[in-house]
Write a protein that binds this ligand. Sequence first.
Ligand SMILES: [Zn+2]
Length: 568
Amino acid sequence: MKDDVKKAIRGIALQNASEHEGKTRNDAVISKILGSRPDLRSKAKEIMPLISEIVSDINKLSLSEQKSELESSFPELLVVKPKQERVGLPPLDGAENGKVITRFPPEPNGYPHIGHAKAAIIDEEYAKMYGGKLILRFDDTNPENERLEYYAAIKVGLDWLGVKYDQIKNTSDDMELIYKKGLEMIESGNAYVCTCDKETISKNRREMKACKCRAGDHDQNIKRWHDMFEKYKPGEAIVRFRGDMQSENTVMRDPAMFRIIDEIHPLLIDKYRVWPNYDFAVAIEDSIDGVTHAFRTKEYELRNELYYTILDKLGMRKPKMFEFSRLEFEGMPVSKRILKPLVQDGKVSGYDDPRLPTLEALRRRGIVPEAIRKFVLSLGFTKSDTLAPFDTLESFNRKIIDVTSIRLFMVTGPVKIIVKNNKLTEVELPNHPQRDMGKRRVELDGNFYISGEDAKTLKVRDQIRLIELYNVKITKIGSEIEAEYTGNDFKAEFPKIQWIPQKSAVKLNILIPKTLFVNEKFNEYSLETKQAYTESHYLELNEGAEIQFVRFGYCRKDSAMQAIYTHK
Ligand SMILES: [Zn+2]
């Protein structure tokens, strides 16, 4: 056997071993070598002993020896993989095993999206890392925006993500306690009731000026507090924290602690009308829930001073607060202010429209939860707010679904082709090229569809291979293409084309989601629909099945008539 063959085998074996934790196998090497060296295909039997010998040699080397030989002798075989190995989260300051309590506190005011996924996964991973506990707490003290369906949607989203919580509660469960703490703040002079109008309050805060209410005495504040439950109308009175109107941190300029909202609460209906603001509620809740480590996105960083000061004034236990960067994809905003009108105006089909960053939409598009988790963890705990490119998530997803996706043929812009002397009546096609996922039978009569794109490139006398079937030679090109069977031998130089038997073809729409916003404007062309034909086996797959359409990409079965493009 020639030295160059040995060398080629060794290179492939090293490459394969280094990708599989130092171990390679005969069958992996033979299929790769025959794939890259058509000249050896007739000599498979002769090179097999040589492969066994080289494979066993390579398996005796350590992974680092394999890698260094691959680098020095076969640099062309080095596959530079994107950095996507799981990067664990950094250790948590002050964390004790068994004592860490984290919380995920979504407001039930919309469908959960990728930003929620990041927060929930970080909260859960830290609880797991220290054998601690995760609390799911619905931060539901603004009845204006909150709805029952959102509580449910958030739970469904977490279940899908595989985020497990140890306790579930609502901030609104603790209203009486929150009132008690509010009153305590007023009694101690750390809060007062302000009856100025909105404009005056904002103007004063900008100009660092106190309003006359700030000088009001104890009795005035107590009376006004009680009046907030009965007399005042929404907007006529708020409780303000007595901060520092001269503070450089604008958050500290006497922020609101309670306001009046006369809306029906999804759980408590009309039981309460005075509702705590976020800053007050979150500090009280984190403290009484025993949270040891609290996480939120960076835009809240300025609020930390207020959070700690409120707990100080009340003499309550203080959790440690940490910030991470917000997660959003380029051209896929998560803001409700942007998404809601798109749904309302029918520019997208709903919150599960595959162009959206909601969990529902990602699921429908074929993104799997494990990919989201790996992706989130790969981002680590960075504070820099960068937009993530969607294809980073895709590369995690591809790795996972590739193994389980059935391979099917599908043609777009179909053109008929007739193979005049077809003799085969049936063929068995493998459901996966490497893994044993079974085979499917396809009936044949010589009448096929091929893709319009492929048909365009064909000329009379061209030879092509119908993948997994046979070779044909084009004899006539018209509205239909005619061809004749020329043999079965695999010929590397023939273009390989997928096909669908006409008699069993299944009509399919393929939805292709594209970037939703381009230059901050809604992209009118963000959803493309392709007409296609696929194999009848498609109908036997479960809804939600992931498919790799050969020479097209991964798609998720949405219904019997529709599939959604996942990614390349
Ligand atoms: Zn005032």
